[in-house]
Design a protein around this ligand. Structure first.
Ligand code: FAD
Length: 267
């Protein structure tokens, strides 16, 4: 990788102004993905002096600064206790501890990685992204938006809902990218289902959710039907690591297991 300049931003205004100066200027999170995928950059913009590495835990929300490392996120007591700790568990399955000390929550969200374990699980929660200059949008909106953004992600806000979450990563080895990711949450008798690494990015299984949330106290047969709807309605593709039909079978199996697992928790 060839870099001409390294700029330590002194403020968000400074970072944003620098980003707009040249299309080959790049904002850095932990820099792990940038290093792997970028050949040339004019200026790398470092956000590490902007105090974006804080986690704020209030009564209603968790506010995660963009520069919080995956490891700090994973091990924070409020993240570990939120919805049975499924976000913490999903994050703990990304590479090793040394890697997670460098990779950031902001780089993960901004990167919109289709294989992302954390994005699949976050998609099942009420998550708002906060950008500079002033802009907010839901994670779902951001993941479905096209094109590169020139805004800087400053934090993600997770609304606390009492309930439980489930996350399953299917991969060939612990260090591989997922062949499929499934996350399920259960709040106030409503179920949310997300499927990622299809290999396309994480999406909500809306048809399955609509069906299931129309049932009062769903039975095992209705969970099975919802899992079938999820696997039928969401698109899967064949890659060198897994076929379309294998991914479909995995989705059906793990959506059903996820639903059964979260069904009896409300706390
Ligand atoms: C070898 C390798 C293996 C991996 N394996 C997995 C895996 O198994 N599962 C998984 O879920 N993830 C995996 N990842 C992804 C990883 O977890 C991180 O999501 C990824 O490295 C990005 O985080 P980062 O902090 O390194 O971001 P960077 O590489 O610094 O940035 C990523 C992108 O986001 C932009 N960006 C960063 N911060 C901001 C910001 N605040 N505002 C706007 N744009 C921003 C950058 O310009 C860049 O385009 C892997 C990554 C690598 C390199």
């Amino acid at each position: 990788m060839e870099i001409k300049h390294f700029h330590r931003a002194t403020s968000l205004e400074d970072a944003h102004k620098t980003l707009l100066q040249d299309p080959s200027n790049i904002v850095l999170g932990g820099g792990l993905w940038v290093k792997k995928t970028t050949t040339n950059a004019n200026t790398l913009i470092d956000l590490s002096g902007l105090k974006l590495d804080q986690i704020k835990d209030t009564h209603d929300v968790l506010e995660i600064g963009a520069m919080v490392s995956l490891r700090d996120f994973e091990t924070h007591p409020a993240v570990k206790s939120l919805n049975g700790g499924f976000l913490s568990s999903a994050t703990s399955q990304i590479m090793g501890v040394a890697f997670r000390r460098l990779a950031t929550v902001g780089g993960t969200v901004a990167g919109r990685f289709a294989f992302s374990d954390l994005l699949t699980s976050l998609l099942t929660l009420p998550v708002t992204l906060v950008f500079f200059p002033k802009k907010e949008m839901s994670l779902e909106q951001y993941l479905s938006a096209k094109g590169k953004t020139t805004d800087i992600l400053t934090s993600i806000i997770i609304k606390k809902e009492p309930g439980i979450g489930y996350f399953k990563k299917v991969s060939n080895t612990v260090l591989d990218f997922a062949i499929l990711n499934v996350a399920v949450t259960h709040f106030k008798e409503k179920y949310v289902i997300a499927v990622g690494a299809r290999p396309a990015g994480a999406v909500l299984a809306l048809k399955a959710m609509e069906y299931l949330n129309g049932q009062k106290n769903p039975t095992l047969a209705e969970f099975e039907k919802a899992a079938e709807l999820a696997s039928e309605a969401i698109g899967f593709l064949t890659t060198s690591t897994a076929s379309e039909s294998y991914r479909k079978t995995l989705a059906r199996t793990y959506v059903r297991r996820g639903l059964e697992e979260v069904a009896h928790h409300e706390g």
